[in-house]
Write a protein that binds this ligand. Structure first.
Ligand code: A3P
Length: 273
């Protein structure tokens, strides 16, 4: 048992591991780590630190296994987990509904063009011999052919398609869509929306954040496990490669109808097009 768990016990409190009542389901490279790290500052929110991948990879292990991956909580605390692959996993909506039909679902979305580049930047950091973005984004590797919708970084940005699958199992009122752009520009504002959505007191505020100009991102003054100011790790907020503007325009045009569909579905104009 962790020191914290022992402490609870000694205080006569009864910490228990609970299945999550809220999930950050996506999207990959949207800012999901930032959202999780920021919301878990709240004393009434407890998070599984690493991605559990229960609803995609480990579902066969059962809910008991999943629950054991969760941190101990006290009554009234919200247990949350993030695995961005859930958003695009076919079986996930049905499985999550089976766990708990009132699960709250958080989706961080970001301009799909930027998201694709972010995804590519992560991929090439692991596999440096990858072809250039400008090649992989087209079916025949050149800009006189169509956008390759089967390429992961492109495909994942068609948010409307994946959301449609989730909406067969959950009402829109159970979702909160967090703007990945605003999470960078004004984290306190997005965190206020999250706390209100959870029905929590607004504890996480402007006071927790400062803009680190070296990193180019908001960072935290302090949080669980850190007494000193700190930013997210090196793999969050990478420098993106230069992409040919003609290619960027092709991608913007490609996503426009899907973005508009997504705005209609969510009732929110994210301002990407
Ligand atoms: P880049 O590294 O491409 O800039 P995820 O955690 O879902 O993988 O998302 C990673 C992205 O979160 C980063 O993509 C970055 O743009 C974004 N992000 C949002 N807030 C951040 C913060 N405070 N610090 C670092 N990255 C942040």
């Amino acid at each position: 048992a962790s020191p914290k768990y022992r402490f609870f016990r000694e205080q006569g409190l009864n910490p228990e591991q609970q299945l999550p009542s809220a999930l950050i389901i996506g999207v990959k490279k949207g800012g999901t780590r930032a959202l999780l790290e920021f919301i878990r500052i709240h004393p009434d929110v407890r998070a599984a630190g690493s991605e559990v991948h229960f609803f995609d990879k480990h579902y066969a292990k059962g809910f008991q296994w999943y629950r054991q991956k969760m941190p101990p909580t006290l009554e009234g605390q919200i247990t949350i987990e993030k695995s961005p692959s859930y958003f695009i996993t076919k079986e996930a909506p049905r499985r999550v509904q089976h766990m708990n039909p009132s699960t709250k679902l958080l989706v961080v979305v970001r301009n799909p063009v930027t998201r694709a580049i972010s995804d590519y930047t992560q991929a090439i950091s692991k596999k440096p011999d990858m072809k250039p973005f400008e090649h992989l984004v087209f079916v025949n590797g050149s800009d006189n052919s169509p956008i390759d919708v089967s390429w992961g970084p492109v495909k994942l940005g068609i948010y409307a398609r994946y959301l449609a699958r989730w909406l067969k199992y959950f009402p829109l009122s159970q979702f909160l869509f967090v703007s990945g752009e605003r999470l960078i520009l004004d984290p306190a504002l997005e965190l206020r929306r999250v706390q209100d959505f959870f029905g929590l007191k607004r504890v996480v505020t402007e006071k927790h954040f400062y803009f680190n100009s070296t990193k180019g991102f908001p960072c935290l003054f302090k949080s669980e496990g850190h007494s000193a100011p700190h930013c997210l790790g090196k793999t969050k907020g990478r420098n993106h490669p230069y992409i040919n503007p003609v290619v960027l325009q092709r991608l913007r045009d490609f996503y426009r109808p899907y973005n508009i569909r997504f705005y209609h579905m969510t009732g929110i104009n994210f301002g990407w097009s």
